[in-house]
Design a protein around this ligand. Structure first.
Ligand code: GLC
Ligand code: CA
Length: 555
């Protein structure tokens, strides 16, 4: 079925690092308003905002203290309404990040909850007494915080509360109907304001396993020295989650013309279909972690295998997402491409590949100018919880600090959180003050202004791709069939829709390839012509250059 959100190209904005208008070093909503024309010119049709609610900011806003107010560092509710109106004026929709798994410990609900066992908000969270004088189970928190347990003892009532993430982010209890009702009301409030949907944080973890059993797995190093198990499967896809999402759909999502995308770690295509199959009325699509945010770099062969499996979700009347990076991953050109010799070629190849696969496309801010990973000299420059927490646990358990830092650099989430590089002025023109996190020192070479001026630029290539999506429904609704599934370096596939047929060829590596005869055969069938390529001329049907990517129209 045709839907606006299938056709969308979403631009993800991490407000804190986007653009600062008042010199406090923190990006803000007015900064987004100022850059709306840029976003529109990029051809993106939806903005996804990372959390901008009031928050003590221990996890960059994912620790929400008040769901219905804007954090003052980002602006006011008036600014937000203006942003929404200005975006809508330009034909751009806006979705909010919705964090329902936990709140900040500074949320009023938790403040009440911890007061006494009979407080009306007690059951908004998950409290348990000690077991044999210890934590209620062996779960470790995902942030490797403190001694590693996912339970924090609270003196006021002598019980532990569950926090899968930071101890300042207590997990909510979705078995409680009052919590559910409060959340539904809150979400309807945003939708009534005019927002166009949600990106649902950790949404497959809302329901916990019955009885909160121990993880059967061995303790996780380096936290293992304390004996806790960081096991993200424990709370993923537990019985009851589908019923809950269906209820949220009936109570909220299904009543509006919106899009809902769930962030779902520990989900493969076979599991995903139950979340996104149209007739089930849960959510519209999910972000899986099989390609991006996987600590192991995927090969071309693996990516093809993953894409084939996920395409079955589309065939079974579900929908999928295409993205290679977000605020939780390294920069895609550094991770999958070559950010030195072939920065332009690999950044554009990755873009072409993402935009020509079936699914809604997501661009993470800065990706469109080929921003790269950062190489900070010491841990003091890093900010995000996984990196800092893991670093300290490693050093404490005897790992040499330099080794610890080097092992974390490549995958740190801060790679994606450095400020957007607008021009070659100080801090990349992000702020006139001191940025909350240092800019990548390469801002003089890589920035929006330069990309605008250059004839051959990553930014221009992105604009071409988004424009093509508006003209060629085959990019959205076309069938998808790989050829040469086993080719270890090339990713080649056909897309077909209503008489239009494409052949897409991506060289996933920095080595030149021979054009396979199977691809040639496809090209010879019709009168194939090149629609788009990331080299300027010199295409031959004999060879494919490093990171070269081409779209041929065969019919
Ligand atoms: C999601 C967010 C991540 C955050 C975590 C806890 O994974 O993307 O940034 O740290 O949830 O809310
Ligand atoms: Ca600011």
């Amino acid at each position: 079925m045709k839907k606006w959100w299938k056709e969308a190209v979403v631009y993800q904005i991490y407000t804190k690092s986007f653009y600062d208008t008042n010199g406090d070093g923190i990006g803000d909503l007015r900064g987004i308003i100022e850059k709306l024309d840029y976003i529109q010119a990029l051809g993106t049709t939806v903005i996804w905002l990372n959390p901008i609610y009031s928050s003590p900011d221990v996890d960059n806003g994912y620790d929400i203290a008040d769901y219905q107010s804007i954090d003052e560092r980002y602006g006011t509710l008036e600014d937000f309404k203006e942003l929404l109106a200005e975006a809508h004026k330009r034909g751009i929709r806006l979705i909010m990040d919705m964090v329902l798994n936990h709140t900040s410990d500074e949320h009023m609900w938790f403040q009440e909850s911890r007061k006494s066992k009979d407080n009306p908000y007690r059951d908004f969270y998950i409290w348990r007494p000690a077991k044999d004088g210890k934590e209620p189970n062996n779960w470790g928190n995902y942030f490797y915080e403190g001694k590693g347990s996912a339970w924090e003892y609270d003196e006021s009532t002598g019980e532990y509360y569950l926090h899968n993430y930071s101890k300042k982010m207590p997990d909510l209890n979705w078995d409680n109907p009052r919590l559910k009702e409060a959340m539904c009301q809150m979400m309807r409030w945003w939708l009534d304001l005019g927002v166009d949907g949600f990106r649902m944080d950790a949404v497959n973890r809302l329901v916990k396993p019955k009885g909160l059993p121990d993880s059967p797995n061995p303790p996780t190093p380096p936290v293992g020295i304390y004996g806790y198990v960081v096991d993200r499967t424990m709370c993923a896809n537990c019985p009851g989650i589908h019923q809950l999402l269906h209820e949220l759909n009936q109570e909220v999502f299904g009543r509006y013309d919106i899009m809902v995308v769930g962030e779902t770690g520990n989900v493969d295509a076979a599991i995903a279909i139950d979340y996104v199959k149209e007739e089930r009325q849960e959510i519209d699509m999910v972000f899986h972690f099989e390609i991006a945010k996987n600590p192991v770099l995927k090969t071309a062969a693996q990516i093809k295998e993953i894409q084939r499996r996920w395409y079955h979700v589309v065939e079974q009347h579900g929908w999928i997402t295409q993205y290679l990076s977000n605020h939780d991953t390294p920069r895609q050109v550094s991770w999958f491409g070559d950010d030195e010799t072939y920065r332009y070629e690999s950044a554009t190849m990755l873009a072409l590949m993402t935009h020509t696969h079936p699914g809604t496309v997501y661009i993470y801010q800065g990706e469109e100018i080929g921003m790269t990973n950062v190489d900070f000299p010491s841990i003091d420059y890093y900010n995000e919880k996984y990196t800092v927490g893991k670093y300290h646990t490693m050093v404490e358990s005897g790992v040499d600090p330099e080794t610890a830092l080097n092992s974390l650099k490549k995958t740190s989430r801060d790679n994606d959180r450095t400020p957007v590089q607008w021009n070659s002025r100080e801090h990349g023109g992000f702020t006139t003050g001191t940025p909350w996190i240092n800019a990548n020192p390469n801002y003089k070479e890589i920035n929006v202004e330069k990309e605008e001026q250059a004839e051959r630029s990553v930014l221009r290539f992105y604009r071409t791709l988004t424009a093509m999506r508006r003209e060629h429904p085959v990019m959205v609704y076309g069938s998808y069939e790989q050829i040469l599934e086993d080719h270890p370096e090339l990713i080649i596939y056909k897309r077909e829709y209503q008489g239009e047929a494409w052949l897409v060829i991506c060289n996933f590596y920095g080595r030149e390839q021979i054009m396979p005869k199977e691809a040639l055969k496809e090209l010879e069938k019709g009168d194939a012509r090149l629609l788009l390529g990331n080299y300027q001329g010199g295409e031959t049907t004999e060879r494919i250059r490093p990171y070269e990517a081409r779209i041929y129209r065969c019919r």
